[in-house]
Design a protein around this ligand. Structure first.
Ligand code: NAD
Length: 321
């Protein structure tokens, strides 16, 4: 079995490699080549942690496995550790034997950022200029960098519950040579693309705060009860997701479906747009919304890419198991 420790991940995988792995596995999911297993997610009653397993099987990519991990909200303040902690385990689909154990923390951030980036590539208007960020936590900078790869953005605007944290977004915009402005939620009407990446349990962004033609990637809602946007916004939008079953159970769409303002049957897989079996955005006035719930196959895809790179570079640790 191979081990790729967390400390090696940054030297191995690029944003582009994560993008390619996630785009390919979304396409495989839509064509039926790959599927995710039901998610297990438990409140441990210890450290306020949420812990669980996300797994799947990609027949084409011969990738089988799971990510074990979750969210420990006090890690940063108590221990100086990031709040998300996870590890990916890959198995040989022919024998069931363990193939690799891979640090999953940076990979989670990269694969999540890659998902919204893939949605922007395939759904945002080609002339999108203003990128709006809602949230300024650990994931937000990854999201912002990956989004900036996709269009010729001219400006970044941001909103966060705690405005002091917005300086981290300003720094990423400056790194890319772009002007940055902190805005109110009404100010998000200026954005052509909006990414929400918060831990909110109530709608932050209202339907009336979004302009026609905008693409929104809702990335924070990955658990029953969480919510970032007004269900009326999903009703105004064409809704896409990584996986429909997750969107209606743990994603942003859970609320709109329960309230009856959208139907599960009206939610489309982003992979279908990648494969060309769904046309995607139809005109410049359409609002598109990607409900990025985070699927196990995303984790397995980036972990498999890392293992390949680690073997190539002689950085994988081999153990008898
Ligand atoms: P973090 O703890 O570093 O940051 C949390 C962010 O949410 C901060 O900007 C904070 O101000 C904001 N926030 C918290 N409660 C809020 C509220 N009630 N109203 C408005 N804003 C609020 O977390 P992170 O690592 O940046 O992750 C953000 C969220 O993304 C988490 O909830 C996490 O579970 C989720 N996530 C989703 C995926 C996915 O694939 N969809 C992957 C990783 C993380």
């Amino acid at each position: 079995m191979l081990i790729v420790p967390e400390s090696e991940i940054a030297n191995l995988i690029t944003r582009q490699a994560a993008f390619d792995a996630v785009e390919a596995v979304f396409a495989a999911m839509a064509s039926g080549e790959a599927y995710n297993f039901p998610v297990v997610r438990e409140a441990l009653g210890h450290e306020d942690a949420l812990y669980g397993f996300k797994g799947g099987f990609d027949r084409g990519g011969a990738t089988l496995g799971l990510k074990a991990g979750g969210y420990w909200p006090h890690n940063l303040e108590k221990r100086g550790l990031i709040n998300h902690q996870s590890t990916v385990f890959l198995f040989d689909p022919d024998t069931g034997k363990p193939r690799a154990m891979v640090g999953g923390n940076l990979l989670t951030a990269l694969r999540t950022a890659a998902a919204s980036s893939v949605s922007i590539r395939h759904l945002a208007r080609a002339d999108a200029k203003v990128l709006g960020m809602i949230g300024a936590g650990h994931q937000a900078g990854f999201q912002l960098r990956a989004a900036l790869d996709q269009r010729d953005f001219a400006k970044v605007i941001g909103w966060n519950r705690d405005p002091a944290k917005l300086s981290s977004l300003a720094a990423v915009a400056a790194e890319a040579g772009l002007p940055y402005e902190a805005v109110t939620l009404d100010g998000m009407a200026e954005a052509d693309v909006i990414i929400s990446i918060t831990s909110s349990f109530d709608a932050i962004l209202m339907a009336g705060q979004v302009s026609l033609g905008t693409h929104i990637a809702c990335m924070g809602t990955d658990t029953a009860g969480k919510q970032e946007v007004d269900p009326a916004l999903l009703a105004r939008a064409t809704v896409f997701t990584d996986e429909v079953a997750q969107a209606v159970s743990i994603g942003e769409a859970q609320h709109a479906v329960v309230q009856g303002v959208i139907a599960e049957a009206g939610i489309h897989q982003l992979g279908a747009v990648i494969n060309g079996t769904h046309p995607g955005r139809q005109d410049d006035k359409e609002i598109t919304l990607f409900d990025g719930t985070g699927v196990g196959l995303q984790d397995l895809a980036v972990a498999a890419a890392v293992v390949e790179l680690a073997v190539e570079k002689g950085l994988a640790i081999e153990v008898d198991f």
